[in-house]
Unconditional design. Structure first.
Length: 205
């Protein structure tokens, strides 16, 4: 792809680094920005800079937040006795959209995947175990995707907390095996949270 401007080429190259954005799509987006008022482009630039430099991870659940403790964890109407264990913020958003869950979350930041060099120490598992040890948590809901990596992560956490007085459950398998939560429709996901099953039962299936 030939460019008449090095500035344009640089912008396209940077834009094409985003997931799912090829060079042609990046060029279309960059040209769209050029046609917009300069103030609008500056607003986008300022928003991205602010997000990158000012955003926090909740010190309690590791969700992305504007404050030290996210709005979900600080909500007095949420119960801290039930924690839904998810892979990342996209799963939190997906479950929240169902309006079917009133507990708290714990964002692992990924799944155990030896093939990708990701082990238990690379995830937010230790802080989850500490929550269970505190005695405040009555139930853990494993809401990772139905993949080999998700099942491995669930089982690892289960082994870490099985000696403590906490119920473990997993979302019902209304979600197809291999699917990620963010791509599941809200009705199916909501029902899978409500109709969750004991984790031990999932080990036998």
């Amino acid at each position: 792809m030939e460019f008449s401007s090095k500035l344009l080429e640089r912008a396209v190259n940077e834009m094409s680094q985003l997931p799912g954005i090829g060079k042609r799509t990046a060029l279309r987006l960059v040209l769209h920005l050029l046609r917009q008022p300069e103030s609008q482009t500056n607003q986008l630039s300022d928003a991205l800079k602010a997000m990158r430099s000012e955003i926090n991870l909740c010190k309690s659940c590791h969700n992305i937040s504007d404050t030290a403790v996210c709005e979900i964890c600080s909500n007095p109407y949420r119960t801290e006795e039930i924690i839904c264990v998810v892979e990342d913020i996209r799963d939190v958003m997906a479950i929240e959209n169902t309006s079917s869950f009133r507990g708290l979350y714990h964002v692992l930041g990924g799944k155990i995947s030896p093939m990708d060099g990701i082990g238990p120490n690379d995830l937010n598992i230790e802080t989850l175990v500490e929550k269970v040890k505190s005695g405040k948590v009555k139930e853990l809901i494993f809401a990772l995707g139905s993949t080999m990596e998700g099942d491995t992560t669930n089982f690892y956490i289960y082994r870490q907390i099985q000696d403590y007085n906490v119920v473990t459950s997993t979302i019902a398998r209304g979600i197809s095996v291999g699917n990620e939560l963010e791509y599941t429709d809200e009705v199916t996901l909501g029902r899978s949270i409500i109709n969750r099953i004991p984790f031990e039962a999932s080990l036998k299936s």
